[in-house]
Design a binder for this molecule. Structure first.
Ligand SMILES: [Zn+2]
Length: 342
């Protein structure tokens, strides 16, 4: 998207527009802050009542509108070290090391077969038939849990783990296996206003400190943004460039991940950030602190957003590492879509 020349001028113009809106914002600043201070705190999570550490930036330049050119993020390819992904003569091969599935969702098995072998020649079995069902090469989640799927052909077999998760809605917030999901399909209520969560701030502080030891300067460009802030951001872009453009580069109010308190935009909002030493280090190391690059390059159709090398989301070290090693987005990992239901 950064290579599209026609996009560059509108992006620069958006910045000018945003700067103009900052003036208007200052007028409303006092009332905005008062409103925010009295906003109801969420009681959904133990750490949701944490004191904001970054506050709301009153600067529209922090909105996620890239202004540079395209870049490439080097994704580590998942090592197919497990012999169990490929059968001894190579007749069967699993193209994914792990199946992630939601209850009542089905997926075609990620199974590659040699020429002349069809799915009807394959015998599939699950270690726990309460967790999932497999029929005619399609696996269906039945209840939350873990199991193993074995696909065999004669004496050859492949075997990978299966995780089935349940989606739950509490107080208009959507969780999959306890992970809060916010994208174009799943929004947050206006009252959800936790501020930057301490768990996010602490993990980022460690990331920043470790990066600085290597001579890299990674800092918080933008962190928590509440619902009302997003209203102003989104509407200013829609009025200038229309809804389609706004939906690609910004989030509708209630659908910004910055409202979760788990999200940080690092350094400057610029496509070229991904090519800097800081951007490369972030992509390769942020999972060690529990963060993921939330909108990776090449996954735009899955996340619903253009590539953002600077936007990281806290999910915890275990989940972040699994997503990093397997090259998965949060949508793929939790088996959810990201699409406005208009
Ligand atoms: Zn962002």
């Amino acid at each position: 998207m950064g290579s599209n020349e026609n996009r560059k001028q509108p992006r620069k113009a958006i910045y000018i527009l945003m700067l103009a809106v900052v003036g208007i914002l200052l007028i409303f600043g006092v009332s905005l802050l008062l409103g925010r201070a009295s906003a109801k705190k969420s009681s959904l999570e133990a750490d949701a009542s944490g004191v904001p550490v970054s506050g709301v930036s009153e600067n529209f330049e922090n909105e996620d509108v890239p202004n540079g050119t395209g870049s490439t993020v080097v994704k580590k390819q998942y090592q197919e070290t497990a012999d169990s992904m490929s059968s001894k003569n190579g007749t069967l091969r699993m193209t994914k090391p792990h199946i992630y599935l939601r209850v009542n969702h089905e997926q075609k098995l990620p199974l590659k077969l040699s020429a002349g072998v069809t799915i009807s020649d394959i015998t599939c079995s699950l270690s726990d038939t309460d967790v999932a069902d497999v029929t005619d090469g399609v696996i269906t989640g039945l209840q939350a849990g873990e199991c193993t799927i074995v696909a065999s052909y004669g004496s050859e077999f492949v075997q990978i783990p299966v995780t089935v998760r349940e989606l739950a809605v509490e107080n208009e917030c959507t969780y999959v296996d306890g992970i809060l999901i916010v994208n174009k399909s799943y929004g947050l209520p206006r009252e959800y206003n936790p501020g930057m969560l301490p768990i996010t701030a602490q993990a980022f502080a460690q990331l920043k400190a470790d990066a600085s030891v290597e001579g890299l300067n990674i800092y918080e460009g933008s962190g928590y943004r509440d619902y009302d802030f997003q209203v102003k951001c989104y509407e200013s872009i829609v009025s200038a460039y229309g809804k389609e453009y706004a939906d690609t580069y910004s989030a509708r109010p209630g659908y910004s991940e910055h409202q979760t308190g788990y999200t940080i935009d690092c350094n400057t909002i610029n496509d070229e950030f991904g090519e800097t030493d800081e951007g490369k280090w972030l992509a390769e190391n942020c999972h060690k602190y529990g963060f993921v690059i939330r909108y990776p390059q090449g996954k735009e159709d899955i996340t619903g957003y253009a590539y953002e090398s600077w936007h990281i989301r806290y999910v915890g070290i275990e989940h972040a590492t699994a997503m990093y090693e397997q090259g998965l987005t949060l949508e793929e990992y939790l088996d959810v879509d990201s699409d406005y239901k208009e």
